[in-house]
Design a protein around this ligand. Structure first.
Ligand SMILES: [Zn+2]
Length: 289
């Protein structure tokens, strides 16, 4: 599943490919692609609009449109945004954005969990703001947390977060998109290994030096992912259809039984919050019950 580095890679590539192009047509080939809005409504809002920028917010690809709205794309498990002549299997194309110059951006998604929405762009910049109402009914992009590569993500900020959520397992907290936006399973695992923190440690039990290490480790893992064009353990490809290289550089993710790169002890796989997790039993000590 694409996380911050993968989505950042796609957004940077698309910025060079589709900015200043004007949308002539939007076609949906999957009834749930734009839910709860009908595809015709989304199409009407996209038609004639010029793309002024492409960026990332959390794990969403954001196409800023002239006029203050934005097209937000959630890739979820297997979504791919492919521009131009990239090799696409037509069976999995769920949506297509055609431009006035005759080129097109296609959304391919084998598992069909990906979604598209046209929203007021200002919604995305409200950090972690939680409007009233039940959480489950609000779209995720309406309440995204702090960007971990932004200037506002400081050691002080992270310390305040763990104080607000002291009982949460640290790995579960790192994956909460309403707290920090963009970290997923892979980069949480890699960051906790680098910071030498067990994934099940209660956030409130982290010492000041551990919080500082974790802050550094989160940025290290994400920046490394971006530098390597993202990770392709299975489906991920960038906007040109190429795989990333981060999967060759994992320290512990998907390396159960292999030696820890720091101490040589065999990496262990466990399940935390329903997600497969990898850690070194020597470098990342199990918390006392
Ligand atoms: Zn180790």
């Amino acid at each position: 599943m694409p996380e911050l580095p993968e989505v950042e890679t796609i957004a940077r590539q698309l910025r060079g490919l589709v900015v200043d192009r004007t949308i002539s047509e939007f076609e949906s080939r999957w009834v749930r692609l734009t839910e709860p809005e009908p595809a015709e409504v989304v199409g009407a809002r996209l038609r004639g609009r010029r793309i002024s920028d492409v960026r990332r917010r959390g794990k969403f690809v954001v196409f800023d449109l002239d006029g203050g709205e934005a097209l937000v794309v959630s890739l979820r498990m297997t979504g791919k945004l492919l521009y131009g002549a990239a090799d696409v299997d037509e069976r999995y194309v769920r949506g297509e954005i055609r431009f006035e110059d005759g080129t097109a951006l296609r959304f391919s998604d084998t598992r069909k969990f990906g979604r598209m929405a046209v929203i007021d762009a200002a919604t995305l910049d409200r950090r972690g703001a939680l409007p009233p109402g039940p959480r489950s009914r609000r779209p995720l992009h309406a309440s995204l947390g702090q960007e971990p590569l932004a200037r506002g993500f400081t050691v002080t900020w992270l310390r305040a977060l763990v104080r607000r959520r002291p009982r949460a397992a640290i790995k579960v907290l790192l994956l909460d998109q309403r707290a920090i936006a963009g970290i997923g399973n892979i980069y949480a695992i890699e960051a906790l290994w680098r910071a030498q923190i067990h994934p099940l440690r209660k956030a409130g039990s982290l010492r000041a030096d551990e919080i500082a290490r974790l802050h550094e480790a989160i940025r290290w893992a994400l920046r490394k992912g971006i530098r390597l064009g993202g990770a392709s353990p299975s489906d991920y490809v960038d906007a040109r259809g190429n795989k990333g290289r981060m999967q060759r550089e994992f320290q512990v993710y998907s390396r159960a039984g292999e030696p820890c790169p720091r101490c040589g002890r065999a990496i262990v796989r466990t399940v935390v919050g329903g997600r497969g997790t990898f850690h070194c039993p020597r470098c990342q000590r199990t918390p006392r019950a």
